[in-house]
Design a protein around this ligand. Structure first.
Ligand SMILES: [Zn+2]
Length: 954
């Protein structure tokens, strides 16, 4: 029996071993100590289990949980250390910090170099190495480059014949990617990855051998290191292993408990935009190693989840995706059933929005799956369920461990068939793209070449073939924003993306003008609406959309595009991503890696430097120049400089109002911002009244900028602001705590930004401080949830209910869209009304008043990603952007009749005066997930033009 001290009598002893352990003095410790000193992993042993919850809490992680033996899958190779040998604690007894994980990775690769390689594939924002462990048989690891090239060949249907693909499928291991700590605060995955690495590398049982013989296992230990480290540091600081759900340790503070990266951006929505360093690195590594199976390990559910998925499944995926998901799901179910463990499938987690790390790898031919485990994360080391049973961190890890092992084994058993289908994925996608229009899309450089160049760069990161137009000409095509076929002149330097290409699925998923929801899912939601139109408001059923229904990257970035029926509408050359952009994947500098126009000045100006508005680059140039103390102005009328025309909102830096250093600095800053700047030698316009000396030229003052952060503010919305303003625009700002905001905080600030958030808990004192500061001259800008809060500042807005339309006409339109008769209430409720039902993330057509300073740099028509009902209209101010009059849906799901009813002609942006200050509201987040930043100028204009500068009325 164990020498178990009575509770409360542990005498921790500090040993001067390389592993600094604090352990209880008892026999169980002594046994563990023997294992530590004299590693005999042939019979790898978990340290003795804790005898009780109390003992476990007292032992500070030095005894193991009792529910699962991670070493029951041996025997193990003698010379390979198990995780607890190096970490000093049994897996699941503590949260392992990042550096300790790296110690184990080093020990594992040192001990078994014939089976394990540590491939460092990049660095996180905070400069942590990103580790991909490649584990396989000595033969596979010995010819790793050859294996990688073989897998690459399978993904190249234009170069690889069916016969060659068959030979490769006979020869190659199947590549299985296990992705951990994408949501690093869901902590079980990180620990499971370590135990899994040991199991696959050191296991000598039949299954471990079969896996190594047939599979190349790629373990990405931490997709998102910062999320892991931030949360684990907090939890290790306060966690006591208390199972009470209301204990402090289960409620980490704002920003510490998120699944976001350093910039508080959710990497598990970033597959579409690849805006972040870590997403870019993982995507590049995935395209380098070409896995056939990709499992993304999470942990936020109360019951284990693995696919099959819930509806909707995106219609662009081939049937083989769901077939393979089913095969693997069944294998997982068998393993869980053996243990008698609960799990669920086909619920909640769908496969429609392609930015998740199950759907994104699926675009690249993998069987992409999300597994959600139950223990760990916010549930800490221990969590009391609602039925009184206790869920442990160790449980959560064990479930991931068992699921990933059975998944890898299922892939290994189906190696050849899976590899053949991998080749078929690419070959079939090309054939399908060839058979279905449109055949490609032209991304027009238009007035603002930087937007198109940024999109082309992103597409190259996705592995999509992009070509550059070398000869201008007229192109016939579909304009999704206008909703009609048009013929337009496309200039040299524009881009063309052919859809018939090896990565046809990625290209089409990101660029088809619209991808409809599967019809059965659409019908289900229409039936719900039909029901809701017949019942009282509080009887309505919720809808089942999990995420946005539109993500077209041309619309998201407001890039003018033409979808063509031709594979080659104009002469082009091929493009590739420069090495510099590959090697340093993060940061704004590499947003535009294939510029259309070189940045910089076109000479030394005698009179002034002028550049056009309407892109991140031009705003960055403005921000950097003002920050360095140069005087910049904006022109409120179209202007002629020499013989060149510049639109309203163009920026001007006058030589006579600046020091001599302007010439060199503007050239250098414009070059790095990829902005062409015109050097004007005379203030005399060749035509029209407005030249560089015009009275309509308004001097700008650099704003002292503040943004709300902390409780109540959406971390991801704050994060997008942080990333865009710091990294892309180079604009410093002060983050202020929303909850305790006071007049003192706002003193000296010119502009205050309220990102999206749920501001219901904001104290009245904070609201009063904002109101008084605006009355004295401050400019407050709120978007999404922030805009709704600003609706309470006492300025007049029309009621948020739209123009009345009869319930009957909306009801009839919905009923007509139904193909089957739904079960509806027998007698419609007399209190039934037309609901203000928003669209679930859909691009709607909007109109901008281009004479208003808020819209400078934007076109007269805009696609706006929408998921909220519109704002109430300003009564005494301006409504510079409103949704169009009818036919609103550009891309994504919209309700028949109801969407036009809710949105038509209602505002997206309002501008009002309050005292000497100003209130600007935007209905949606203009930086949504960073990639849907088409309307960004509305925000930057509000800050730079509507901020500390006294100008025209509203
Ligand atoms: Zn998650």
């Amino acid at each position: 029996m164990f020498c178990r001290s009575p509770p409360g009598t542990y005498t921790p002893t500090l040993f001067t071993l390389p592993l600094r352990l604090v352990v209880p003095q008892c026999l169980s410790f002594l046994l563990a100590f023997v294992v530590l000193l004299n590693v005999t992993p042939g019979q790898a042993q978990t340290p003795a289990p804790c005898a009780s919850e109390h003992e476990a809490r007292q032992a500070a992680g030095q005894c193991a949980g009792a529910s699962f033996d991670f070493h029951a899958f041996g025997p193990y190779r003698d010379d390979v250390p198990a995780p607890h040998d190096v970490l000093g604690h049994p897996i699941g007894a503590l949260h392992t910090p990042y550096g300790r994980m790296e110690d184990y990775v080093d020990a594992l690769t040192d001990a078994a170099p014939d089976r394990v390689r540590d491939l460092v594939y990049g660095r996180s924002v905070e400069q942590r190495d990103l580790h991909l462990l490649a584990i396989g048989s000595a033969e596979t690891i010995g010819r790793l480059d050859e294996v990688r090239e073989g897998l690459q060949q399978l993904a190249a249907p234009t170069e690889t014949s069916d016969a060659t693909a068959n030979e490769l499928a006979t020869d190659l291991p199947v590549a299985v990617w296990i992705n951990s700590a994408n949501d690093g605060n869901e902590t079980a995955a990180f620990e499971a990855a370590l135990q899994l690495a040991y199991q696959v590398a050191a296991g000598e049982g039949e299954r471990a051998r079969r896996i190594r013989e047939n599979a190349l296992v790629l373990i990405n230990v931490a997709h998102n290191p910062e999320s892991h480290e931030r949360f684990v540091a907090w939890y290790n600081a306060f966690g006591m292993g208390d199972a009470a759900p209301n204990a402090y340790e289960h409620d980490a503070p704002w920003g510490m408990n998120t699944n976001n990266n350093h910039f508080q951006i959710d990497l598990n929505r970033d597959g579409v935009g690849l805006t972040q360093t870590e997403s870019r690195a993982v995507s590049t590594a995935m395209q380098r190693w070409r896995p056939q199976v990709f499992v993304d390990l999470h942990g936020q559910t109360t019951q284990y989840f693995f696919p099959p998925n819930a509806a909707p499944i995106n219609p662009l995926y081939p049937d083989q995706l769901t077939t393979w998901i089913d095969t693997i799901g069944r294998a997982n179910a068998d393993s869980f059933d053996e243990y008698g463990w609960s799990y669920y499938t086909r619920d909640v987690f769908d496969l429609q929005y392609p930015g998740y790390w199950d759907s994104y790898p699926s675009l690249h031919g993998a069987t992409g799956m999300t597994y959600e485990t139950d223990g760990g994360g916010g549930r800490g080391l221990r969590w009391r369920r609602d039925d009184g049973t206790t869920l442990t961190f160790e449980d959560g890890i064990a479930h991931h461990f068992v699921a990933t092992l059975s998944t890898i084994d299922a892939a290994a058993r189906n190696r050849e068939a899976r590899l053949r289908d991998y080749y078929r994925f690419f070959a079939d996608a090309m054939a399908e793209a060839e058979a279905e229009p449109p055949r490609g899309v032209v991304l027009r450089s238009g007035e603002d070449p930087r937007r198109a160049a940024r999109l082309a760069t992103t597409l190259l990161r996705h592995g999509v073939t992009v070509e550059r137009v070398t000869q201008s000409g007229a192109v016939q095509g579909y304009d999704a924003l206008a909703g009609e076929a048009v013929r337009q002149t496309v200039s040299t330097g524009s881009f063309f993306v052919p859809f018939t290409q090896p990565n046809a699925t990625v290209a089409r998923m990101l660029l088809l003008p619209d991808i409809e929801l599967p019809e059965d899912f659409r019908q289900q939601e229409l039936a719900r609406l039909a029901h809701n139109l017949r019942v009282a408001p509080d009887e309505r059923e919720p809808h089942a959309f999990y995420d946005v229904t539109a993500w077209n990257l041309a619309l998201a970035g407001d890039v003018p595009a033409l979808w063509t029926e031709s594979d080659a509408p104009l002469p082009t050359t091929s493009l590739s991503l420069p090495d510099s952009a590959q090697a340093a994947p993060g940061g704004w500098r590499h947003d535009v890696a294939v510029p259309t126009v070189a940045g910089g000045t076109d000479g030394r100006a005698r009179s002034a430097y002028v550049w056009t508005p309407g892109s991140v680059g031009s705003t960055r140039l403005l921000a950097r120049l003002m920050d360095e103390g140069f005087n910049v102005a904006v022109v409120d009328r179209p202007m002629v400089v020499g013989d060149r025309s510049f639109p309203r909102g163009s920026y001007i830096a006058r030589v006579g109002r600046n020091p001599d250093t302007l010439h060199d600095r503007i050239d250098a800053l414009a070059e790095t911002a990829a902005v062409p700047v015109h050097a004007a030698n005379t203030a005399f316009p060749k035509r029209g009244p407005t030249g560089t000396g015009s009275e309509t030229t308004r001097s700008l003052t650099p704003p002292d900028l503040a943004v709300l952060a902390g409780d109540g503010v959406s971390t991801t919305s704050y994060g997008a602001f942080w990333y865009v303003f710091q990294e892309r625009l180079g604009q410093p700002f002060t983050a202020l705590k929303a909850r305790t905001l006071s007049a003192n905080d706002l003193r000296g600030q010119d502009v205050l930004v309220l990102p999206n958030g749920d501001y219901g808990t904001l104290p009245d004192a904070a609201m009063e401080a904002i109101q008084r500061w605006v009355e004295r001259g401050g400019t407050v800008v709120g978007y999404a949830g922030g805009a709704r809060l600003l609706g309470q500042l006492g300025v007049a807005y029309t009621d948020t209910t739209g123009t009345e339309r009869s319930l009957t006409s909306v009801r009839t339109a919905i009923d007509e869209a139904l193909t089957t008769e739904p079960a509806l209430p027998l007698e419609p409720s007399p209190s039934a009304t037309v609901p203000e039902q928003p669209v679930p993330g859909t691009f709607l057509r909007a109109r901008a008043d281009t004479t208003h300073w808020l819209t400078y740099g934007l076109g007269a028509e805009l696609p706006l990603l929408t998921q909220r009902t519109p704002l109430g209209a300003s009564v005494h101010g301006a409504n510079p952007v409103t949704y169009a009059s009818d036919d609103l849906a550009v891309s994504g799901f919209a309700w028949p009749a109801l969407t036009d009813h809710v949105y038509a002609e209602r505002p997206y942006a309002t501008v009002d005066r309050l005292g000497r200050g100003r209130i600007v509201r935007l209905s949606e987040d203009p930086l949504f997930r960073v990639w849907a930043d088409g309307p960004i100028d509305l925000l930057t204009n509000a800050i730079y033009l509507g901020g500390p500068n006294e100008n025209t009325g509203y």
